[in-house]
Design a protein around this ligand. Structure first.
Ligand code: RNT
Ligand code: ZN
Length: 417
Protein backbone atom coordinates (compact mmCIF):
# COMPACT_ATOMS: atom_id res chain seq x y z
CA UNK A 1 0.00 0.00 0.00
CA UNK A 2 1.41 3.40 -0.89
CA UNK A 3 1.64 6.14 1.70
CA UNK A 4 -0.96 8.03 -0.34
CA UNK A 5 -3.42 5.17 0.07
CA UNK A 6 -2.67 4.91 3.78
CA UNK A 7 -3.30 8.60 4.24
CA UNK A 8 -6.48 8.34 2.24
CA UNK A 9 -7.79 5.61 4.51
CA UNK A 10 -7.11 7.77 7.55
CA UNK A 11 -8.82 10.72 5.89
CA UNK A 12 -11.75 8.50 4.98
CA UNK A 13 -12.21 7.62 8.66
CA UNK A 14 -11.99 11.23 9.70
CA UNK A 15 -14.64 12.26 7.16
CA UNK A 16 -16.78 9.29 8.13
CA UNK A 17 -16.88 10.71 11.66
CA UNK A 18 -18.83 13.70 10.31
CA UNK A 19 -20.99 11.62 8.02
CA UNK A 20 -19.14 12.18 4.74
CA UNK A 21 -18.48 9.23 2.43
CA UNK A 22 -15.21 9.94 0.62
CA UNK A 23 -15.60 7.04 -1.80
CA UNK A 24 -18.85 8.56 -3.01
CA UNK A 25 -17.21 11.96 -3.31
CA UNK A 26 -14.44 10.48 -5.47
CA UNK A 27 -17.08 9.17 -7.86
CA UNK A 28 -18.84 12.54 -7.89
CA UNK A 29 -15.74 14.62 -8.62
CA UNK A 30 -14.85 12.29 -11.46
CA UNK A 31 -18.12 13.21 -13.19
CA UNK A 32 -17.28 16.91 -13.35
CA UNK A 33 -15.90 18.11 -16.65
CA UNK A 34 -13.93 21.32 -16.87
CA UNK A 35 -13.71 23.07 -20.21
CA UNK A 36 -10.11 24.12 -20.69
CA UNK A 37 -9.65 27.28 -22.73
CA UNK A 38 -7.44 26.85 -25.80
CA UNK A 39 -6.51 30.53 -25.68
CA UNK A 40 -4.23 30.17 -22.66
CA UNK A 41 -1.89 28.25 -25.00
CA UNK A 42 -1.04 31.08 -27.38
CA UNK A 43 -2.30 34.29 -25.72
CA UNK A 44 -5.54 34.38 -27.78
CA UNK A 45 -3.73 34.81 -31.10
CA UNK A 46 -5.42 31.95 -32.93
CA UNK A 47 -4.70 30.84 -36.48
CA UNK A 48 -6.88 33.08 -38.59
CA UNK A 49 -4.34 35.84 -39.16
CA UNK A 50 -0.87 34.71 -40.15
CA UNK A 51 0.78 37.32 -37.92
CA UNK A 52 -1.65 36.54 -35.14
CA UNK A 53 -1.66 39.95 -33.53
CA UNK A 54 -4.35 41.10 -31.12
CA UNK A 55 -5.82 44.10 -32.87
CA UNK A 56 -8.60 45.15 -30.55
CA UNK A 57 -11.31 43.99 -28.22
CA UNK A 58 -9.07 41.92 -25.98
CA UNK A 59 -5.49 42.01 -24.71
CA UNK A 60 -2.95 39.80 -23.00
CA UNK A 61 0.25 40.75 -21.19
CA UNK A 62 3.52 38.86 -21.03
CA UNK A 63 5.96 37.24 -23.43
CA UNK A 64 6.99 33.98 -21.82
CA UNK A 65 8.71 31.85 -24.47
CA UNK A 66 7.21 28.75 -25.99
CA UNK A 67 3.70 29.82 -27.04
CA UNK A 68 2.05 27.45 -29.52
CA UNK A 69 2.32 28.73 -33.10
CA UNK A 70 0.32 26.10 -34.95
CA UNK A 71 -2.69 23.90 -34.23
CA UNK A 72 -0.38 20.91 -33.90
CA UNK A 73 1.75 22.67 -31.30
CA UNK A 74 -1.33 23.77 -29.42
CA UNK A 75 -2.70 20.23 -29.38
CA UNK A 76 0.63 18.91 -28.20
CA UNK A 77 0.63 21.40 -25.30
CA UNK A 78 -2.99 20.67 -24.46
CA UNK A 79 -2.27 16.96 -24.40
CA UNK A 80 0.55 17.56 -21.97
CA UNK A 81 -1.75 19.56 -19.73
CA UNK A 82 -4.60 17.01 -19.85
CA UNK A 83 -2.14 14.26 -18.95
CA UNK A 84 -1.44 16.07 -15.67
CA UNK A 85 -5.09 16.64 -14.73
CA UNK A 86 -7.27 13.87 -13.31
CA UNK A 87 -10.48 12.99 -15.14
CA UNK A 88 -11.94 13.48 -18.63
CA UNK A 89 -12.64 17.03 -19.65
CA UNK A 90 -13.51 19.36 -22.50
CA UNK A 91 -11.69 21.78 -24.73
CA UNK A 92 -12.98 25.29 -25.19
CA UNK A 93 -12.17 26.49 -28.71
CA UNK A 94 -12.51 29.96 -30.18
CA UNK A 95 -13.49 30.37 -33.82
CA UNK A 96 -10.08 31.86 -34.71
CA UNK A 97 -8.49 28.51 -33.86
CA UNK A 98 -9.63 26.90 -37.09
CA UNK A 99 -7.26 24.33 -38.59
CA UNK A 100 -7.20 24.57 -42.35
CA UNK A 101 -4.92 25.47 -45.25
CA UNK A 102 -7.66 27.54 -46.85
CA UNK A 103 -7.78 31.29 -46.35
CA UNK A 104 -11.11 31.58 -44.56
CA UNK A 105 -12.65 34.66 -43.05
CA UNK A 106 -14.85 34.59 -39.95
CA UNK A 107 -18.02 34.94 -42.02
CA UNK A 108 -17.03 31.89 -44.07
CA UNK A 109 -16.17 29.26 -41.48
CA UNK A 110 -17.65 25.79 -41.81
CA UNK A 111 -17.47 22.62 -39.76
CA UNK A 112 -14.82 21.14 -42.04
CA UNK A 113 -12.37 23.84 -40.99
CA UNK A 114 -12.41 22.30 -37.52
CA UNK A 115 -12.35 18.66 -38.55
CA UNK A 116 -8.86 18.07 -37.24
CA UNK A 117 -9.90 19.24 -33.79
CA UNK A 118 -12.73 16.73 -33.84
CA UNK A 119 -10.46 13.88 -34.87
CA UNK A 120 -8.08 14.77 -32.08
CA UNK A 121 -10.87 15.17 -29.49
CA UNK A 122 -12.19 11.74 -30.44
CA UNK A 123 -8.79 10.23 -29.90
CA UNK A 124 -8.57 11.78 -26.44
CA UNK A 125 -12.23 11.35 -25.47
CA UNK A 126 -12.81 15.09 -25.08
CA UNK A 127 -15.88 17.22 -25.71
CA UNK A 128 -15.49 20.60 -27.43
CA UNK A 129 -17.15 23.88 -26.52
CA UNK A 130 -17.04 26.83 -28.86
CA UNK A 131 -16.97 30.64 -29.03
CA UNK A 132 -17.53 33.03 -31.90
CA UNK A 133 -14.62 35.48 -32.05
CA UNK A 134 -15.75 39.10 -32.01
CA UNK A 135 -12.31 40.67 -31.61
CA UNK A 136 -8.87 41.09 -33.26
CA UNK A 137 -10.45 41.63 -36.65
CA UNK A 138 -10.69 44.59 -39.08
CA UNK A 139 -14.48 44.36 -39.01
CA UNK A 140 -14.42 45.38 -35.35
CA UNK A 141 -15.09 49.02 -36.26
CA UNK A 142 -14.51 51.72 -33.65
CA UNK A 143 -15.01 49.12 -30.96
CA UNK A 144 -18.32 47.77 -32.23
CA UNK A 145 -19.46 44.49 -33.77
CA UNK A 146 -23.03 43.20 -33.36
CA UNK A 147 -24.23 46.53 -32.01
CA UNK A 148 -22.54 48.71 -34.62
CA UNK A 149 -24.64 51.40 -36.27
CA UNK A 150 -23.09 50.35 -39.58
CA UNK A 151 -25.25 47.73 -41.31
CA UNK A 152 -22.36 46.08 -43.12
CA UNK A 153 -20.45 45.62 -39.85
CA UNK A 154 -23.42 44.07 -38.14
CA UNK A 155 -24.13 41.83 -41.12
CA UNK A 156 -20.59 40.49 -41.15
CA UNK A 157 -20.74 39.56 -37.48
CA UNK A 158 -24.25 38.16 -37.68
CA UNK A 159 -23.08 35.82 -40.40
CA UNK A 160 -20.12 34.82 -38.25
CA UNK A 161 -22.40 34.11 -35.29
CA UNK A 162 -24.72 31.97 -37.39
CA UNK A 163 -21.84 29.93 -38.72
CA UNK A 164 -20.38 29.26 -35.28
CA UNK A 165 -23.66 27.66 -34.22
CA UNK A 166 -23.37 25.16 -37.05
CA UNK A 167 -19.79 24.41 -36.12
CA UNK A 168 -20.80 23.91 -32.48
CA UNK A 169 -23.65 21.59 -33.52
CA UNK A 170 -21.12 19.61 -35.52
CA UNK A 171 -18.92 19.25 -32.43
CA UNK A 172 -21.89 18.12 -30.38
CA UNK A 173 -23.02 15.60 -32.94
CA UNK A 174 -19.58 14.17 -33.62
CA UNK A 175 -18.44 13.97 -30.02
CA UNK A 176 -21.71 13.05 -28.32
CA UNK A 177 -21.44 15.90 -25.82
CA UNK A 178 -23.38 19.14 -25.98
CA UNK A 179 -21.17 21.93 -27.25
CA UNK A 180 -21.75 25.22 -25.44
CA UNK A 181 -21.35 28.09 -27.89
CA UNK A 182 -20.60 31.23 -25.89
CA UNK A 183 -21.22 34.72 -27.27
CA UNK A 184 -19.21 37.57 -25.85
CA UNK A 185 -18.80 40.89 -27.69
CA UNK A 186 -16.45 43.70 -26.65
CA UNK A 187 -18.71 46.52 -27.90
CA UNK A 188 -18.66 49.71 -25.89
CA UNK A 189 -17.48 53.31 -25.43
CA UNK A 190 -14.45 54.73 -23.70
CA UNK A 191 -16.33 57.87 -22.73
CA UNK A 192 -19.87 58.64 -21.72
CA UNK A 193 -22.32 57.98 -24.54
CA UNK A 194 -25.36 60.07 -25.31
CA UNK A 195 -27.35 57.10 -26.45
CA UNK A 196 -27.07 54.03 -24.30
CA UNK A 197 -30.23 52.49 -25.64
CA UNK A 198 -29.77 52.23 -29.41
CA UNK A 199 -26.64 50.03 -29.34
CA UNK A 200 -28.38 47.69 -26.90
CA UNK A 201 -31.40 47.47 -29.14
CA UNK A 202 -29.13 46.68 -32.10
CA UNK A 203 -27.32 44.02 -30.09
CA UNK A 204 -30.65 42.45 -29.15
CA UNK A 205 -31.80 42.41 -32.75
CA UNK A 206 -28.50 41.04 -34.06
CA UNK A 207 -28.60 38.22 -31.53
CA UNK A 208 -32.22 37.44 -32.39
CA UNK A 209 -31.21 37.17 -36.01
CA UNK A 210 -28.27 34.88 -35.19
CA UNK A 211 -30.42 32.64 -33.03
CA UNK A 212 -33.29 32.46 -35.50
CA UNK A 213 -32.07 29.15 -36.89
CA UNK A 214 -33.32 26.33 -34.69
CA UNK A 215 -30.55 24.03 -33.52
CA UNK A 216 -30.69 20.62 -31.92
CA UNK A 217 -30.25 21.30 -28.20
CA UNK A 218 -28.61 17.95 -27.65
CA UNK A 219 -25.78 19.11 -29.90
CA UNK A 220 -25.36 22.74 -29.00
CA UNK A 221 -26.62 25.36 -26.58
CA UNK A 222 -26.06 29.09 -26.97
CA UNK A 223 -24.61 30.99 -24.05
CA UNK A 224 -24.24 34.74 -23.63
CA UNK A 225 -21.62 36.51 -21.53
CA UNK A 226 -21.94 39.96 -20.01
CA UNK A 227 -19.27 42.35 -18.85
CA UNK A 228 -19.13 45.48 -16.77
CA UNK A 229 -16.26 47.28 -18.49
CA UNK A 230 -12.99 46.71 -20.26
CA UNK A 231 -9.86 48.59 -21.19
CA UNK A 232 -10.95 51.18 -23.74
CA UNK A 233 -14.62 50.68 -22.93
CA UNK A 234 -14.56 52.01 -19.39
CA UNK A 235 -17.75 54.04 -19.52
CA UNK A 236 -20.21 51.85 -21.33
CA UNK A 237 -20.43 48.19 -22.26
CA UNK A 238 -23.33 47.34 -24.51
CA UNK A 239 -23.64 43.75 -23.30
CA UNK A 240 -24.00 44.53 -19.62
CA UNK A 241 -25.19 42.16 -16.90
CA UNK A 242 -28.77 43.40 -17.00
CA UNK A 243 -28.82 43.23 -20.76
CA UNK A 244 -27.87 39.58 -20.86
CA UNK A 245 -29.91 38.58 -17.82
CA UNK A 246 -32.95 39.91 -19.61
CA UNK A 247 -31.91 38.49 -22.93
CA UNK A 248 -31.05 35.06 -21.58
CA UNK A 249 -34.18 34.69 -19.50
CA UNK A 250 -36.53 35.77 -22.27
CA UNK A 251 -34.77 33.77 -25.00
CA UNK A 252 -33.95 30.64 -23.05
CA UNK A 253 -30.19 31.01 -23.36
CA UNK A 254 -27.47 29.77 -21.05
CA UNK A 255 -26.25 32.73 -19.02
CA UNK A 256 -22.49 32.87 -18.64
CA UNK A 257 -21.03 34.37 -15.49
CA UNK A 258 -17.38 35.33 -15.69
CA UNK A 259 -15.80 35.82 -12.25
CA UNK A 260 -13.95 38.89 -13.53
CA UNK A 261 -16.84 40.75 -15.09
CA UNK A 262 -18.39 42.57 -12.15
CA UNK A 263 -17.53 45.35 -9.72
CA UNK A 264 -14.42 44.52 -7.69
CA UNK A 265 -16.42 43.74 -4.54
CA UNK A 266 -19.22 41.95 -6.34
CA UNK A 267 -18.99 38.15 -6.52
CA UNK A 268 -20.36 35.58 -8.91
CA UNK A 269 -20.86 33.06 -6.11
CA UNK A 270 -23.65 35.12 -4.59
CA UNK A 271 -25.48 35.30 -7.93
CA UNK A 272 -25.73 31.61 -8.74
CA UNK A 273 -28.60 30.71 -6.41
CA UNK A 274 -30.82 33.51 -7.73
CA UNK A 275 -29.98 32.74 -11.32
CA UNK A 276 -30.76 29.07 -10.76
CA UNK A 277 -34.32 29.93 -9.73
CA UNK A 278 -35.12 31.67 -12.98
CA UNK A 279 -32.80 30.45 -15.69
CA UNK A 280 -32.02 27.01 -16.97
CA UNK A 281 -28.40 26.09 -17.43
CA UNK A 282 -25.50 28.21 -16.26
CA UNK A 283 -22.08 28.63 -17.81
CA UNK A 284 -19.22 29.69 -15.57
CA UNK A 285 -16.05 31.38 -16.64
CA UNK A 286 -13.80 30.63 -13.74
CA UNK A 287 -11.23 33.38 -13.65
CA UNK A 288 -9.39 35.62 -11.19
CA UNK A 289 -9.72 39.37 -11.41
CA UNK A 290 -6.95 41.28 -9.67
CA UNK A 291 -8.50 44.72 -9.17
CA UNK A 292 -10.11 44.47 -12.60
CA UNK A 293 -10.92 41.83 -15.21
CA UNK A 294 -7.27 40.83 -15.40
CA UNK A 295 -7.79 37.10 -16.09
CA UNK A 296 -5.08 35.85 -13.75
CA UNK A 297 -4.65 32.10 -13.32
CA UNK A 298 -7.23 30.67 -10.93
CA UNK A 299 -5.89 30.09 -7.43
CA UNK A 300 -7.49 28.45 -4.40
CA UNK A 301 -8.87 31.66 -3.00
CA UNK A 302 -12.03 32.36 -1.03
CA UNK A 303 -14.16 33.18 -4.05
CA UNK A 304 -13.22 29.99 -5.87
CA UNK A 305 -14.24 28.05 -2.74
CA UNK A 306 -17.49 30.00 -2.50
CA UNK A 307 -18.34 29.28 -6.13
CA UNK A 308 -17.65 25.58 -5.59
CA UNK A 309 -19.72 25.53 -2.41
CA UNK A 310 -22.66 27.21 -4.09
CA UNK A 311 -22.62 24.63 -6.87
CA UNK A 312 -22.35 21.67 -4.53
CA UNK A 313 -24.53 22.83 -1.64
CA UNK A 314 -27.36 23.87 -3.96
CA UNK A 315 -27.04 20.85 -6.21
CA UNK A 316 -26.30 22.97 -9.26
CA UNK A 317 -23.52 20.92 -10.83
CA UNK A 318 -25.97 19.10 -13.09
CA UNK A 319 -27.05 22.41 -14.62
CA UNK A 320 -23.72 24.18 -14.69
CA UNK A 321 -21.09 24.09 -17.38
CA UNK A 322 -17.69 24.99 -16.01
CA UNK A 323 -15.26 26.77 -18.29
CA UNK A 324 -11.97 28.38 -17.42
CA UNK A 325 -11.13 31.84 -18.63
CA UNK A 326 -7.69 33.12 -17.80
CA UNK A 327 -4.71 33.97 -19.95
CA UNK A 328 -1.37 34.75 -18.43
CA UNK A 329 1.56 35.04 -20.82
CA UNK A 330 4.16 35.68 -18.10
CA UNK A 331 4.43 32.05 -16.99
CA UNK A 332 4.68 28.64 -18.57
CA UNK A 333 1.35 28.24 -20.33
CA UNK A 334 1.00 24.51 -19.75
CA UNK A 335 1.59 25.11 -16.04
CA UNK A 336 -1.09 27.80 -16.09
CA UNK A 337 -3.65 25.31 -17.42
CA UNK A 338 -2.67 22.66 -14.90
CA UNK A 339 -2.74 25.02 -11.93
CA UNK A 340 -6.07 26.60 -12.84
CA UNK A 341 -7.81 23.35 -13.71
CA UNK A 342 -6.52 21.39 -10.74
CA UNK A 343 -7.48 24.23 -8.42
CA UNK A 344 -11.01 24.31 -9.79
CA UNK A 345 -11.28 20.56 -9.24
CA UNK A 346 -9.78 20.82 -5.76
CA UNK A 347 -12.25 23.49 -4.74
CA UNK A 348 -15.14 21.32 -5.93
CA UNK A 349 -13.73 18.29 -4.15
CA UNK A 350 -13.36 20.24 -0.93
CA UNK A 351 -16.92 21.49 -1.24
CA UNK A 352 -18.13 17.91 -1.78
CA UNK A 353 -16.46 16.85 1.44
CA UNK A 354 -18.79 18.94 3.59
CA UNK A 355 -21.63 17.34 5.60
CA UNK A 356 -24.11 19.56 3.77
CA UNK A 357 -27.37 18.23 5.20
CA UNK A 358 -25.98 18.47 8.70
CA UNK A 359 -24.82 22.05 8.16
CA UNK A 360 -28.17 23.05 6.70
CA UNK A 361 -29.93 21.57 9.71
CA UNK A 362 -27.68 23.46 12.12
CA UNK A 363 -28.54 26.66 10.28
CA UNK A 364 -32.27 25.95 10.34
CA UNK A 365 -32.03 25.26 14.07
CA UNK A 366 -30.59 28.74 14.45
CA UNK A 367 -27.36 27.47 15.99
CA UNK A 368 -25.08 29.96 14.29
CA UNK A 369 -22.31 29.35 16.81
CA UNK A 370 -22.01 25.73 15.72
CA UNK A 371 -22.33 26.77 12.08
CA UNK A 372 -19.32 29.04 12.36
CA UNK A 373 -17.29 26.62 14.48
CA UNK A 374 -18.04 23.72 12.14
CA UNK A 375 -17.10 25.41 8.87
CA UNK A 376 -13.90 26.74 10.42
CA UNK A 377 -12.89 23.30 11.73
CA UNK A 378 -13.71 21.78 8.35
CA UNK A 379 -10.99 23.89 6.80
CA UNK A 380 -8.41 21.75 8.62
CA UNK A 381 -9.85 18.43 7.52
CA UNK A 382 -7.44 16.34 5.39
CA UNK A 383 -9.01 17.09 2.02
CA UNK A 384 -5.56 17.05 0.38
CA UNK A 385 -5.20 13.35 1.23
CA UNK A 386 -8.42 12.68 -0.66
CA UNK A 387 -7.22 14.81 -3.57
CA UNK A 388 -3.84 13.07 -3.71
CA UNK A 389 -5.53 9.70 -3.71
CA UNK A 390 -7.82 10.82 -6.51
CA UNK A 391 -4.77 11.80 -8.57
CA UNK A 392 -3.14 8.46 -7.79
CA UNK A 393 -6.11 6.36 -8.90
CA UNK A 394 -6.45 8.46 -12.05
CA UNK A 395 -2.77 7.91 -12.85
CA UNK A 396 -1.76 11.54 -12.87
CA UNK A 397 1.10 13.06 -10.86
CA UNK A 398 0.46 13.61 -7.17
CA UNK A 399 1.32 16.94 -5.55
CA UNK A 400 4.19 18.89 -7.05
CA UNK A 401 5.27 16.01 -9.28
CA UNK A 402 3.37 17.47 -12.22
CA UNK A 403 5.68 20.48 -12.21
CA UNK A 404 8.74 18.32 -12.92
CA UNK A 405 6.99 17.06 -16.02
CA UNK A 406 6.11 20.55 -17.15
CA UNK A 407 9.71 21.70 -16.65
CA UNK A 408 10.98 18.77 -18.64
CA UNK A 409 8.47 19.53 -21.38
CA UNK A 410 9.65 23.12 -21.38
CA UNK A 411 13.26 21.99 -21.83
CA UNK A 412 12.52 19.45 -24.50
CA UNK A 413 9.72 21.10 -26.47
CA UNK A 414 8.72 24.65 -25.57
CA UNK A 415 12.19 26.15 -25.37
CA UNK A 416 12.98 24.90 -28.90
CA UNK A 417 10.17 26.92 -30.47
C1 RNT B 1 -13.68 38.63 -22.25
C2 RNT B 1 -14.50 37.43 -21.93
C3 RNT B 1 -14.37 36.27 -22.88
C4 RNT B 1 -12.95 36.06 -23.36
C5 RNT B 1 -12.78 34.85 -24.28
C6 RNT B 1 -11.43 34.79 -24.86
O1 RNT B 1 -13.77 39.59 -21.30
O2 RNT B 1 -14.20 37.02 -20.63
O3 RNT B 1 -14.88 35.13 -22.29
O4 RNT B 1 -12.08 35.95 -22.29
O5 RNT B 1 -13.77 34.88 -25.22
ZN1 ZN C 1 -15.07 35.14 -20.01
Amino acid sequence: MTIITEKYLLAKEKYQSIGVDTDKVLKAIDQVKISMQCWQGDDIKGFLNPDGELTGGISVTGDYPGAARTPDELRQDLEKAYSLIPGKHKLNLHAIYLDTDEAVNLDEIEPRHYEKWVQWAKKLGLGIDFNPTFFSHPMLKDGFTLSSADDSVREFWIEHGKRTRRVAAYFGQELGQTSINNFWVPDGFKDNPIDRLAPRKRLMESLDEIFSEKMNKAYTLDAIESKLFGIGVESYTVGSHEFYMGYGLTRDKVICMDAGHYHPTEVVSNKLSSLSLFGNDILLHVSRPVRWDSDHVVIMDDELMEIAQELVRNDLLERTYIGLDFFDATINRVAAWVIGTRNTQKALLKAMLEPIQELKKIELDGDYTTRLAFVEELKDFPFADVWNYYCQIKNVPVGMDWLKEVKQYEDEVLSKR
